[in-house]
Every structure is written in structure tokens, then in C-alpha cells.
Design a protein around this ligand. Structure first.
Ligand code: F6P
Length: 537
């Protein structure tokens, strides 16, 4: 057994889970009239209702004690102090400094350079948005293409989609995949003279990004000539040398730092496409929302602390209640890219099998995280969530007010979201089904045969997170909330959430497969597939 699973605090939580095992959520609600009020927490305008989680006061207290025992407060302090919490890469993880106000003394060591880049981003974006900074032919820039992948893509792509109605600058586009179909289809719709490319890559060595950037460059040069490149390409990176080698001048590069993890980087110059499309003020509001959540995470007592509670509920569900996965269902069409962003955040961070000291863990770490927007998801996999044999934990996310005029549709959206969590919680018993069917005129063998198919076990845990509206400020708070939830879980599991060695192996092998000199050493299946796709002449 690992230190964690042997620890008294872990055993205490396990005992609580065993105690609660026979209790249905229906009973928890029936026995506690104040439950819907007491199992809630608020921060930065966000309201969390976790009363439909299979938890009571004693279980929550045991989870909070586990967090204490795992040194959550101390790890949080180390994180915010800029210590090298990413031990395998000897790096800090100070993304909070990117969104803090310039006078926040906690980040004084880096604040100067952070805000120098922010000012440069603002000036550049403003000049493009005002039409002062034109393309090579003097035409206004109408389209901006961010070329990047992973953390250099998901964040800005998702934010631009989430805040799309507020876009008042050049149209943002995103290209990530090395499948040329993505770039090819986009270029067909663009005018070279009016297009600005942002090549976004922390390392500036990522195969997909460089392949797309080279093709985009060739497309531009073809139309406007080599000398146009300087007016149509900028870079976002930590690697000035590689940026120069690609042919982008250092004065067209917006920098960031090794203490910004890719998946935590949208607050840095990686967000340049957001600033261009939505304007500096909205980017500031996004950052301010995230900074407010940072302060809440640091200051709020654990029992009222949203990231702490959500992190602990995640651990409770996967490690103690045996939930098979974690589903996130935003009831907001504009959050259709949220799950993609979150998958990288949580699974690249916490998809680890060894603890900080390199010891193999004997407990689950991050579960598979997946989901998509409601109500569409209701017509896909929600059947499984209601009646499949495995239990999955769910986060429902809902913006209370809409920014469209179709009020009756917003009410339907709200009703559907609430209906799903209610149904998952309460389910429907055989007696209830029988009574319904009898009332509809069914009896005898037909009734008996019909009942089991219509029974819902319920007792399926969910949380509901309300945002007043989907604006930049609340979106920023939401994203920071999930970032810190990820960190809380990593602390409980004793793992490093800031490295991603698992991604490397595939990258190395892809290079080997492309290199004829190295292909012979590959396994027989891989060689056979390559040869089938690329038969020798
Ligand atoms: O997917 C692995 C990864 O290293 C991510 O962590 C990162 O966000 C992405 O690749 C892109 O890396 P880069 O910004 O260096 O191109």
C-alpha cells in the first residue's frame, strides 16, 4: 500500500464512504430539509450547488481533513510563492502572475516583464484593430490565424468561441492539426493581403505547428512575395532562437516564460488572438475574473472554497465511490469547446501513474474526463448516464441569463439542465414506474415486462455550477476555478500536475516513422501499416 492509501486521513474518508454506501441521495434530501441551501458555495459571482453529491457533513469533514493532512494549504502557498512545484522540470507554475494586477506584491519578481508583454500585446492589437498596423499592401487586417496546438490552441480557441458575440476586431481562426485538411480549408476562405498569422508555440519545435506555419508562409509568399512575411507573421514563444530560425524577427515576437505551462498559458501572450478579436479590455476582464478566483482560492476557508470543494468531490467520486469517469456538461452552446480545453488541463496534468517521488501509485488519479454541451448531449450519451451499469460523476454548468432575445428558449435550456440533475439524483423506482404504467392502462404480463426497462436507479452524483452570464469576467473565474481544482486533486494524489512526459513518446516515434533510416527498427505491425499506406515503387 502507498503512503496515501495507508494514511489515517485516507482511511477515515474510506470509512465515511462505506458508511454512506447504502444511503440514497433521495434519503439525504428527505432527512435534511436544509440540504439544498447548506451544500452550496459562492465565489466571484459563481454559485456551486453540490447538494446532489453523495456527501454529508461527516464525509465532507473527513475530506477536508484529508486535504489538511496532504498539506494543501502549504502546497498552495508554494505554488503562489513561485517555488519550483514542477520538480521534474525544476520550474515554478506561476500562471496566476499573468492575470494579477501590476501592483500585486506577491508577483513582484515577474510582474515587470509580464506587464511589459501585456502592454506590447495591447499596443499591437490596438494598432491592428484600428487599422493602423496593416498588411504589406496597406490593406486592413480582417482575419487572424492562430497556428498552435495543445495549450497553444485550446485556450484562445475556446475563449473566442465562448465570447463570440462580443468579437469586434478581426475574425479569429485557429489551426492546430497536422492534418493539412484544416489549414487547406481555412486558406481557401482567406485573402493573403488581409490575413495575419500568429505562430504560437512555447517551444517552437512542435512538429504540427511548424508544418502548418511553413505551409501558411508559403501560401502568403506565393501571393505577396517574401518581403510581405514581416507584416503578416508574428510569433508567440519562449524560444527566440527558433523563432528567428523560422524567419520571424525578434521584434515581432511576444514572449512568455518557462514557468507558464502550455495548458495554463492562455493568460500569457498565447492569448494574443483573444486580444486582437475581443479587444484589450475584454482580455483584461477575463484576467480579472481569473485573478478574483485566485484570491478566493487563497483566502476562502476550505469549507467555502470552490476549487477545494470541487477538487475534493472529484477525489471522493473517483477514489471512494468508484465513479467510472467525470462528465462535464455545459448548458451553453458557446461553451462547446470547453470540454476540449478541460481535457488537456485535467488529463495532461493529472494523468500520472507515479507520485512526486516517482513511486507507482495504488489508487486512481484523474478519471477520463469528457462531455459536451447540453441539451445535445441528452440525445447522445445521457441514456448511459441514467441507466448504464457504471456511475459517472457530472458537472453541470449553466449561465443564468442569455445574451440572445429568445427568452423562452433560455427557460427551456434551464429546465433541461435542472431536469437532468434531478433525474440522475432521484431516479425512478419500480413502484413509481408500476403506478405510472397502471394509470396508463397497462396490467398483467405486459406491465411486468415493461417495468425493469423504465426503472432509473438514481443516486448518481452531480454538481451544478451557475454563472450569472457568460461574459469575459465570469468565464475567467470559471477557467481559473477548474485550474485550481486540478491542482487540489494533484495535491491529494501527491502527483506533479505540471509536467507531461507521457506526450513525448508518441512525438519521438512519429519522427522515427518519418525517417527512413530509423524505420527498420520499428515493430512489424507499424512497419507493415506504413508500407501498406506507402507501397514501394
Ligand atoms: O501536448 C503536449 C504539449 O507539450 C502541451 O503541453 C503543449 O501545450 C503543446 O504540446 C504545444 O506545445 P508548444 O506550445 O511548445 O508548441
Amino acid at each position: 500500500m502507498n503512503d496515501l492509501t495507508r494514511s489515517g486521513s485516507w482511511q477515515q474518508v474510506a470509512a465515511q464512504a462505506a458508511r454512506m454506501q447504502p444511503t440514497h441521495l433521495r434519503e439525504l434530501f428527505a432527512d435534511d430539509p436544509g440540504r439544498a441551501q447548506r451544500y452550496t458555495a459562492q465565489a466571484c459571482g459563481l454559485h456551486l450547488d453540490y447538494s446532489k453529491q453523495r456527501i454529508d457533513d461527516a464525509a465532507r469533514a473527513a475530506l477536508l481533513a484529508l486535504a489538511d493532512d496532504r498539506g494543501l494549504a502549504q502546497w498552495r502557498e508554494r505554488l503562489f510563492a513561485g517555488e519550483a512545484v514542477n520538480a521534474t522540470e525544476h520550474r515554478a507554475a506561476l500562471h496566476m502572475a499573468l492575470r494579477a494586477s501590476p501592483d500585486d506584491a506577491r508577483f513582484a519578481a515577474v510582474s515587470g516583464e509580464v506587464h511589459a508583454v501585456r502592454r506590447a500585446m495591447r499596443a499591437f492589437a490596438q494598432a491592428v484593430r484600428d487599422g493602423e498596423r496593416t498588411g504589406a499592401t496597406g490593406e486592413r487586417i480582417t482575419d487572424v490565424v492562430n497556428i498552435g496546438i495543445g495549450g497553444s490552441d485550446f485556450g484562445p480557441r475556446m475563449v473566442c468561441a465562448a465570447l463570440a458575440p462580443q468579437i469586434d476586431g478581426p475574425r479569429p481562426h485557429f489551426v492546430a492539426n497536422v492534418d493539412g485538411a484544416e489549414l487547406h480549408a481555412l486558406l481557401a476562405r482567406l485573402e493573403p493581403a488581409r490575413t495575419l498569422f500568429i505562430v504560437t508555440s512555447k517551444t517552437f519545435t512542435t512538429q504540427e505547428t511548424l508544418a502548418n506555419a511553413r505551409r501558411a508562409r508559403a501560401w502568403l509568399v506565393d501571393a505577396l512575395g517574401e518581403e510581405a512575411v514581416a507584416r503578416h507573421f508574428v510569433a508567440v514563444s519562449t524560444n527566440a532562437e527558433e523563432v528567428g530560425r523560422f524567419g520571424i524577427d525578434s521584434d515581432a515576437m511576444f514572449g512568455f516564460w518557462d514557468w507558464v505551462g502550455g495548458r495554463y498559458s492562455l493568460w500569457s501572450a498565447v492569448g494574443l488572438s483573444i486580444v486582437l478579436a475581443l479587444g484589450p479590455e475584454r482580455f483584461d476582464a477575463l484576467c480579472a475574473g481569473a485573478a478574483a478566483m485566485d484570491r478566493h482560492f487563497v483566502d476562502a476557508p476550505a469549507e467555502h472554497n470552490l476549487p477545494v470543494l470541487m477538487g475534493l468531490l472529484g477525489v471522493w467520486n473517483v477514489n471512494f465511490l468508484g465513479c467510472a469517469s467525470h462528465v462535464v456538461a455545459p448548458y451553453a452552446q458557446r461553451l462547446s469547446l470547453f470540454c476540449g480545453w478541460l481535457q488537456q488541463l485535467e488529463m495532461e496534468s493529472n494523468g500520472k501513474r507515479v507520485d512526486r517521488d516517482g513511486r507507482t501509485v495504488d489508487y486512481a488519479t484523474t478519471p477520463a474526463l469528457w462531455g459536451s454541451v447540453g441539451t445535445n448531449a441528452q440525445h447522445a450519451y445521457f441514456q448511459m448516464l441514467h441507466q448504464g451499469p457504471a456511475v459517472h460523476a457530472i458537472d453541470f454548468i449553466l449561465a443564468q441569463s442569455a445574451d440572445h432575445p429568445f427568452d423562452e428558449m433560455q427557460q427551456m435550456l434551464v429546465a433541461n439542465c435542472l431536469a437532468q440533475s434531478a433525474a440522475l439524483m432521484a431516479g425512478k423506482t419500480a413502484d413509481e414506474v408500476r403506478a405510472e404504467l397502471e394509470a396508463a392502462g397497462l396490467s398483467g404480463a405486459a406491465l411486468k415486462a415493461a417495468v425493469p426497462h423504465r426503472v432509473f436507479p438514481g443516486n448518481r452524483p452531480s454538481s451544478t455550477l451557475l454563472l450569472p452570464r457568460l461574459d469575459a469576467h465570469h468565464l475567467g473565474a470559471l477557467l481559473a476555478l477548474y485550474e485550481h481544482r486540478t491542482f487540489v486533486q494533484a495535491v491529494i494524489w501527491g502527483i506533479n500536475p505540471f509536467d507531461q512526459w507521457g506526450v513525448e513518446l508518441g512525438k519521438q516515434l512519429a519522427k522515427r516513422i518519418l525517417d527512413p533510416g530509423q524505420r527498420a527498427g520499428l515493430d512489424a505491425s507499424t512497419r507493415a501499416l506504413w508500407t501498406r499506406i506507402n507501397p514501394p515503387d
